[in-house]
Design a protein around this ligand. Structure first.
Ligand SMILES: Cc1cc2nc3c(=O)[nH]c(=O)nc-3n(C[C@H](O)[C@H](O)[C@H](O)COP(=O)(O)OP(=O)(O)OC[C@H]3O[C@@H](n4cnc5c(N)ncnc54)[C@H](O)[C@@H]3O)c2cc1C
Length: 438
């Protein structure tokens, strides 16, 4: 039973976003017998790829295992950045990236932001796109100093509009003293993730693209010059296959599964707050995140009435009520003024981390893939889906910076992330130590 202290009487363990669009199979579209390209996974990446194929007159089908939008694409926090985390790897094996490649990665990350902004405008997607910037709180003075060292490359390569906010001015950004100042990134936005998803889906449907829900891909085998893709609702012969399964990458593509560590992320939404409280918490209505290893990300709901607060309450899927208690604790550590506030929604979803912390697109055993959001994929996975389609359609002007053969694996990792609870515990301890020693 919910402990009455934090749970609202209307509490539901489902995403707040699903009040506006709830993943559904809809009228089932038959799996075609033959198609030029089969796309596995119907999230942002899969739909963006399908849209781009249709722009070039290429016949594609999206094969989605469950309801449309059941993956991370209707569950995320809705903060949109073109940022790329270079040199900070979950596995300790960050990519060795020289100055020129860093510039290309940051610049393509910036393109990802431009692409999503253009897509939303072109398709007239009503998803509360709000370009209000992001504040990244520094957990320690050292983190603040590290942020300062990144300013120049962020602004040069990605035109991020980044600037530092010292601790004494922090309350201009957030009604909290939790951080040692932080960095503002102006070129960053927020949206309603499920409405953005629905907008992509509508755009695909307007173009007559086949989007097949409840069509789980069971096997993919080479067949002449193409592929035989067996689904739970029939077989399709495809010239090319795109794997867009991100944090839900499974046994169908074992070589890719070994390169992806699925890490759960959890979010709560609060009840509606009194207007004076709601307006005071994040006065510029930016998205917030922080530099902790076990970071939290949060924002006001699009209508400005609730806090939507996410983080790694656990590193694996876990009971939404347990996660709600942990996240409520994290939230009130930052905003003690929210102590009596109740939680109405709590949910979870999978992100996909890679061993070098970079998103990747490319080819593995002849299959195309776009995978590895590393926790930040609203813009990036839309972009990589689009770029993969452009590559297959042979219309890309230049190779994407995230495209290439180097997608690292580890000899001891086969796709079962049994070690995540240990990593989570270790990271939490390091966060505590960093602050104690600050
Ligand atoms: C809780 C949470 C918070 C997040 N917050 C943010 C944020 O604030 N900002 C941000 O930029 N990013 C955020 N992200 C990340 C972002 O949501 C993802 O990067 C993005 O949605 C990934 O899109 P995708 O299309 O690659 O994958 P998904 O949307 O996960 O879609 C993959 C799909 O593949 C399907 N699939 C898997 N296997 C098969 C199969 N065999 N056959 C058919 N279909 C299959 C799955 O069912 C799933 O629907 C967050 C993620 C989570 C979980």
């Amino acid at each position: 039973m919910p402990r009455p202290d934090i749970f609202h009487r209307d509490f539901t363990p489902t995403p707040y976003w699903w009040e506006a669009y709830k993943p559904a199979a809809g009228d089932l579209v038959e799996v075609p017998r033959e198609v030029r390209v089969a796309i596995v996974g119907g999230g942002y990446a899969g739909l963006a790829a399908a849209l781009e194929f249709s722009r070039h007159g290429i016949d594609a089908v999206v094969l989605e295992r469950g309801a449309l939008g059941v993956g991370a694409s209707t569950r995320n926090g809705g903060s949109v950045s073109g940022g790329v985390n270079i040199g900070k790897s979950f596995s300790g094996r960050a990519a060795a990236v020289d100055g020129e490649r860093t510039h290309r990665l940051l610049s393509d990350g910036a393109d990802a932001f431009a692409l999503i902004e253009r897509l939303i405008a072109d398709e007239a997607i009503e998803c509360f796109w709000q370009k209000r910037g992001r504040f990244v709180g520094a957990w320690t003075p050292d983190h603040f100093a590290y942020q300062e060292t990144r300013l120049r490359s962020l602004n040069d390569a990605a035109q991020s509009g980044a600037s530092m906010v010292p601790r004494e001015r922090q309350r201009e950004e957030i009604a909290s003293d939790y951080y040692y100042g932080g960095m503002v990134v102006e070129r960053s936005a927020s949206l309603h993730p499920a409405l953005y998803y629905k907008g992509l889906l509508d755009a695909c449907r307007r173009r007559g693209i086949a989007i097949c829900a409840d069509a789980s891909v069971e096997t993919i085998a080479a067949d002449g010059s193409g592929w035989r893709v067996e689904t739970s609702r029939g077989t399709v012969i495809a010239g090319d296959v795109v794997i867009a399964t991100n944090g839900y990458t499974g046994a169908v593509t074992p070589a890719l599964r070994r390169r992806i560590v699925p890490i759960a992320s959890h979010i709560i939404a609060t009840e509606k707050l009194p207007p004076d409280v709601a307006n005071s918490l994040i006065p510029k209505r930016r998205s917030i995140s922080d530099t902790k290893r076990v970071l939290c990300y949060y924002r006001m709901s699009p209508d400005g009435t609730r806090v939507v607060f996410g983080g790694r309450a656990r590193f694996t899927p876990a009971d939404p009520m347990l996660c709600a208690r942990v996240l409520h604790g994290y939230m009130t550590a930052r905003f003690p003024q929210l102590r009596g506030v109740k939680v109405t929604h709590s949910w979870t979803g999978n992100t996909a981390f890679t061993l070098d912390a970079l998103p990747h697109m490319g080819e593995e055993g002849g299959l195309h893939y776009c995978l590895g959001c590393n926790g930040s994929g609203v813009a990036m996975m839309t972009y990589l889906g689009t770029q993969t389609a452009r590559k297959i359609a042979r219309v890309a002007n230049a190779p994407c910076a995230f495209d290439g053969p180097e997608f690292p694996d580890h000899p001891l990792y086969t796709g079962n992330p049994w070690f995540l609870p240990l990593v989570g515990g270790y990271y939490r301890m390091r966060d505590r130590l960093d602050r104690l020693l600050a």
